[in-house]
Design a protein around this ligand. Structure first.
Ligand code: CMC
Length: 429
């Protein structure tokens, strides 16, 4: 709470609201009593000015291009740590000691297998099903397999469910991939680290030895770190809203996956790569830039712009470096798609339209090119985002459950439909 207050005059009535300050970032006006005091609601479609909760997990300064997890800059976590360390940080609030890290890694590693009957779920889907459709179904189904961790009032069960999801998501994602390409499922290997194990489950086949390339494993791990959490975005808000009713965590994460699928959110990396493929060559870029600027054309440059970042997305900068490392390792440096991406980035960063609207490349712009080079089909891109974001969703869900102020989320509306009227028998209509 601050000693500042906000005053609202509505008709002839003046109302005062308390103003709360966070550690950093904008103050918020606590309008919780607005309806009681005035009989009016606030109206904010898309929640552009609405803080939906109090949180200690992630902070974004979109104007400065800053992203902090529990206070630590994303650049430092991506440069010096690994994904499971970031998971620990998001879940528990502090970086682990060496012993804590060892124990956490062990617990995650030893929960990576899924119930054998889960394989039947996969085989029930059509082979050509989008892997995100498979993910929504299979992750939602986890609550039917792990009953012993669905009591959300028990802190121990909550933590078991959290570890299970972080541990099993790569296995489920890899199974979705294997089913999609018609290859046998590959079981997790406990002597591999989190990212290497995932690559092994995706790309190994029973008929030959598969050695994980350490450069690709490091890139995969970094992609996971960069996607781990992003405060109250659409899918995280979906998870919180689903969880606010008391739904079990597996069901809530399935809801988050469904929301992430959309092209304005997690589906943008797939859409960005499809767009680069459609542009095809550098000489066609001006045509697409002109379309993006044309008010009468719904086309948008996918991978550009962000609701919160009005500066370079800090994750995009790290991702750009990782993209170059992966393409150099795989000998794809002259990849025409990368040439198109680099030129598009150059034009957009110098073009008046993009500068004025503060449209910078976002993380999805680079992650798609990297994942493609690593051998993933575009349909898997959002699945990998979901895998990495699971820890963020689960940390935010747990924070909400533990918040004494937590109540079911129930937004109100401005009703503009028909006023009350009488039913007319069908013969008289
Ligand atoms: N290309 C061309 N013009 C754009 C773009 C774009 N990618 N993004 C926004 N604009 C324009 C838009 O037309 C509008 O112009 P005007 O003010 O003249 O009407 C202005 O910029 C503001 O756009 P907005 O739609 O009001 O902004 P928003 O905050 O609602 O949308 C966004 C943010 C990310 C949905 C949008 O920028 C977009 O659709 N980008 C492409 C999809 C994409 O890359 N999404 C990934 C987001 S990052 C990953 C994640 O967090 O999930």
């Amino acid at each position: 709470m601050t000693d500042k207050s906000a005053n609202l005059v509505l008709g002839d009535k003046g109302v005062e609201f308390a103003v709360k300050s966070g550690t950093i970032g904008p103050d918020v006006i606590d309008i919780g009593s607005l309806y009681k005091q005035t009989g009016a609601f606030t109206y904010d479609p898309g929640f552009t000015s609405t803080a939906s909760c109090e949180s200690k997990i992630t902070y974004i300064d979109g104007d400065a291009g800053v992203l902090l997890h529990r206070g630590y800059p994303i650049e430092q976590l991506a440069e010096h740590g690994d994904f499971l360390e970031t998971c620990y940080l998001l879940l528990y609030g502090e970086l682990p000691s060496a012993a804590q890290k060892k124990d956490f890694d062990y617990r995650v590693t030893h929960h990576t297998m899924v119930h054998e009957q889960m394989t039947r779920f996969f085989t029930g889907f059509r082979r050509d099903a989008h892997p995100m459709a498979v993910m929504c179904g299979c992750v939602g189904a986890l609550s039917a397999f792990y009953h012993d961790s669905t009591d959300i009032t028990d802190p121990h069960q909550r933590m078991v469910a959290s570890l299970r999801m972080i541990a099993k998501m790569p296995t489920i994602a890899a199974m979705a991939y294997k089913y999609h390409v018609g290859q046998p499922f590959v079981y997790p290997k406990n002597d591999l680290d989190y990212a290497s194990n995932f690559l092994h489950m995706c790309f190994a086949v029973p008929c030959e030895e598969f050695k994980v390339n350490p450069v690709l494993a490091r890139a995969m791990d970094r992609i996971f770190i960069l996607h781990a959490d992003h405060e109250q975005n659409a899918s995280t808000s979906t998870v919180r809203l689903a969880g606010s009713s008391g739904a079990n965590p597996f069901a809530c994460i399935a809801a988050g996956i469904a929301c992430l699928w959309g092209p304005a959110h997690g589906g943008a990396n797939e859409a960005a790569l499809n767009m680069l493929a459609e542009i095809g060559s550098v000489d066609r870029i001006p045509e697409y830039v002109a379309r993006a600027k044309d008010k009468n054309d719904p086309f948008r440059l996918m991978g550009f712009g962000h609701r919160v970042y009005k500066n370079y997305d800090p994750r995009a900068k790290i991702m750009q470096k990782t993209t170059h490392e992966v393409l150099a390792e795989l000998g794809h440096k002259d990849d025409p798609m990368l040439q198109v991406a680099m030129e598009l980035e150059r034009i957009a960063l110098t073009d008046e339209y993009f500068i004025e609207k503060k449209l910078y490349p976002n993380i999805d712009f680079y992650s798609g090119i990297t994942l493609k080079a690593m051998g993933f089909p575009t349909t898997m891109f959002t699945v990998l985002f979901a895998l990495a974001r699971t820890v963020g969703w689960i940390a935010q869900w747990a924070e909400m459950i533990e918040d004494p102020q937590q109540r079911i989320g129930r937004p109100r509306q401005l009703y503009t439909g028909a006023p009350q009227r009488d039913y007319m028998p069908i013969s008289k209509r």
